[in-house]
Design a protein around this ligand. Structure first.
Ligand SMILES: [Zn+2]
Length: 249
């Protein structure tokens, strides 16, 4: 096996995955000749779904490109890909309307996305293999903080959520997928992802607390789990939350 010298450089938020000394720097890599470019990118720490474009010696390539001696590899994130003159698509476009599947540690983010109207599958007992299978078979974008999960080969559409605070997480997901104009609050059940429908007060009367019966007249019901929603004290908090998210996107 012939070994060759190459260099890798990562742009924008792909540097989030690198140790400090490798950020925004040429990283020398001695590799087997004709190795596919995807493997060293992931070995350096960057999950493949995060990479939107690759240039080798300033020419666009895809993940199957075979490395040659002295190649200079540059990898770009989605956020800056519009700045490139040309690039080869590394995956099919994100399906529209975008739907998500959220990893088990992202329950609060999943609820927020549902609150904003986005179809978001979430269960607290999915394992990594199930999550990868769901994103591969349903074209849902996988949201996770687990870099190893994103490196799985069958994951095509995925996003590594950098933030820890769920409110910051939802802002970053809306930015990443340009979803500001697609926000449709109060369409979807935050508990189960089902769609909400308007329902007569009489139909849900037996599920209401006395005070709710007395003070409210407009109700929605989840078509899937039956959860009843009304414009109570939570409503004002939710409206303020949505406004604060939209102000940041
Ligand atoms: Zn529901």
């Amino acid at each position: 096996m012939t070994m060759i010298n190459t260099t890798f450089r990562f742009y924008g938020n792909l540097n989030d995955f690198l140790p400090a000394k490798q950020r925004n720097a040429r990283i020398p890599q001695q590799l087997a000749e004709h190795a596919a470019v995807k493997h060293p990118i992931e070995a350096l720490g960057v999950p493949h779904p995060e990479v939107a474009a690759i240039l080798v010696n300033r020419a666009p390539v895809d993940f199957t490109y075979r490395l040659q001696a002295d190649d200079r590899v540059e990898a770009y994130p989605q956020e800056v890909v519009h700045l490139l003159l040309h690039h080869l698509p590394l995956r099919p476009p994100t399906p529209a309307p975008v739907c998500f599947v959220a990893d088990t540690h992202l329950g609060a983010l999943a609820a927020y996305l549902r609150m904003l109207g986005f179809d978001t599958l979430y269960r607290n007992d999915y394992d990594d293999a199930q999550l990868a299978e769901i994103t591969a078979t349903t074209q849902r974008v996988l949201l996770t903080r687990d870099r190893g999960l994103l490196k799985r080969k069958i994951v095509i559409h995925g996003y590594c959520v950098r933030e820890v605070d769920p409110r910051a997480q939802v802002v970053s997901v809306l930015r990443r997928y340009h979803l500001r104009a697609c926000v449709q609050p109060r369409q979807r059940c935050t508990h189960c992802n089902g769609l909400l429908r308007a329902v007569d007060k009489a139909a849900v009367l037996d599920r209401l607390q006395p005070k709710t019966k007395r003070y409210y007249d407009a109700f929605q019901e989840c078509a899937t789990c039956g959860q009843v929603y009304w414009q109570g004290s939570h409503f004002a908090q939710m409206t303020a939350f949505i406004e604060s998210v939209l102000a940041q996107v």
